[in-house]
Design a protein around this ligand. Structure first.
Ligand code: FAD
Ligand code: NAD
Length: 367
């Protein structure tokens, strides 16, 4: 829209307004973006400090204030998706008239590149910890009532802990509580929980500390990050997921999204690399899903199998990929997603390139 009179960059800057009734404070954000959705709005309110971040393409708009008066914990967020209007509705603790909304903090009302915006953390409560395999656990964290945050498919968050007096931060990829739940049940996407599948390493700095957390303890969780784009999947007919070990985690939401929301999808194949049979994450659920949905197929490949393993063995290789990754039709639109230890991902991408797949047909999950 370069030559449209009046269409300067300034016009795209979001703005906000606010009003009150006896019991409520409503803040209205005009994002000027047409396809807003709940994943693009992150709101936190701790004590009297309100922070609202709005993700608008590669930019971030921020509202950050010390509120004039106290509000209740249970805030509401309404999104008018088509018009791009977002409302944050706060409930006054006391029925008083507010003269101002609050005192602006340093980054209030700024619109900057998303990558220039620092990560924000809020404390989440550990509500359960269950075994997945001999060394991997499913951690369920509860977001505060005053937080509105949904982690998009393909993105990760950072966890932060103080270990021996030093702040340590590591990335983890939220998953779903299960692959075989009926996702039409509202309780599955209440937005209040974050599920993480984490492998505990015996010498791991961060995971050892995580493993020592007790139910009811708190841990800091950041805003989501990551460069995976949903439209990549939305148009694909054949989806291949190459996962190694906990590299399975980004595939969980991706698999669910593909099977429930991608109408042109014909086949999904998960090729899952592990050392031993005992290391396979959610094996039963994957096999159950394959029986339930004819489009989905799973193949397990072990690098250190026992003698009695009847399945495929080895590490990622050109011959293995040429055998396992094939278009269902000659001109199928294909997407291949890959995640695991860095050498696995790097080799995988190289082999796929050798096999003639283009950059657009691949997505590698990395830090
Ligand atoms: P560390 O103290 O870093 O070491 C872990 C073990 O690995 C030790 O045994 C150590 O000897 C060995 N090790 C360390 N570095 C190397 C190396 N470069 N090469 C070989 N061996 C090494 N993990 C999950 O379990 N679940 C997830 O959902 C998840 N999501 C992730 C998302 C992203 C984007 C990335 C980049 C990583 C993700 N990880 C995930 C890995 C996670 O961030 C940590 O790296 C992991 O939990 C280990 O942390 P640690 O501090 O316990 O281990
Ligand atoms: P692991 O050591 O149990 O290995 C699982 C399989 O990965 C092996 O059986 C083998 O097939 C393959 N593999 C391992 N090392 C390899 C190498 N050097 N070359 C080729 N193939 C190799 O795996 P793990 O301990 O579960 O580790 C999972 C890795 O995935 C971690 O490094 C973690 O950081 C990474 N991860 C990354 C993301 C992300 O970037 N988004 C998300 C989750 C996990």
């Amino acid at each position: 829209e370069k030559n449209v009179p009046g269409a300067s960059a300034r016009d795209l800057t979001p703005s906000y307004d606010w009003f009150q009734t006896d019991g409520l404070i409503t803040i209205v954000i005009y994002t000027k973006q047409k396809d807003m959705n709940a994943e693009l709005v992150i709101v936190d309110c701790q004590d009297k400090r309100l922070r609202g971040e709005f993700i608008l393409a590669d930019h971030s708009y921020l509202i950050e204030l010390d509120l004039d008066h106290a509000v209740r914990e249970d805030l509401d967020v309404n999104i008018a998706e088509k018009v791009g209007k977002v409302e944050i509705i706060l409930k006054k603790k006391d029925n008083v008239h507010w003269k101002v909304l609050g005192r602006p903090l340093e980054s209030h009302n700024t619109f900057i590149k998303r990558t220039d915006r620092g990560l924000f953390y809020r404390k989440c409560k550990l509500v359960s910890k269950t075994e997945v395999t001999h060394d991997t656990k499913l951690f369920s964290l509860m977001l505060p009532k005053s937080t509105h945050l949904q982690v998009p498919t393909g993105q990760h968050v950072y966890l932060k802990q103080i270990i021996a007096g030093t702040e340590v931060v590591k990335p983890y990829t939220p998953i779903l509580p299960s692959l075989t739940l009926d996702f039409k049940q509202p309780s599955c996407h209440d937005g209040a929980h974050i599920y993480l599948m984490i492998k505990i390493y015996s010498c791991g700095l961060f995971t050892q500390a995580l493993d020592h957390l007790q139910i009811g303890d708190y841990i800091s969780v950041s805003n989501p990050e990551g460069n995976f784009k949903k439209p990549q999947v939305q148009t694909s007919e054949d989806l291949f997921l190459l996962a190694a070990g906990t590299g399975f985690t980004p595939m969980v939401k991706l698999l669910n999204f593909a099977l429930t929301e991608v109408s042109c999808l014909r086949t999904v194949k998960l090729i899952f690399f592990n050392k031993k049979e005992d290391d396979i994450l959610w094996r039963n659920q994957l096999e159950e899903l394959a029986l339930k949905d004819k489009r989905f197929e799973v193949q397990f490949i072990l690098s250190e199998p026992r003698k009695d393993w009847g399945g495929k063995q080895g590490k990622i290789s050109l011959s293995l990929l040429s055998e396992c990754v094939k278009r269902s039709r000659k001109d199928s639109k294909v997407l291949i997603c890959i995640c695991g230890p860095t050498p696995f991902t790097e080799q995988g991408v190289e082999y796929l390139r050798d096999l003639g797949y283009s950059q657009e047909e691949m997505h590698a999950f990395t830090a």
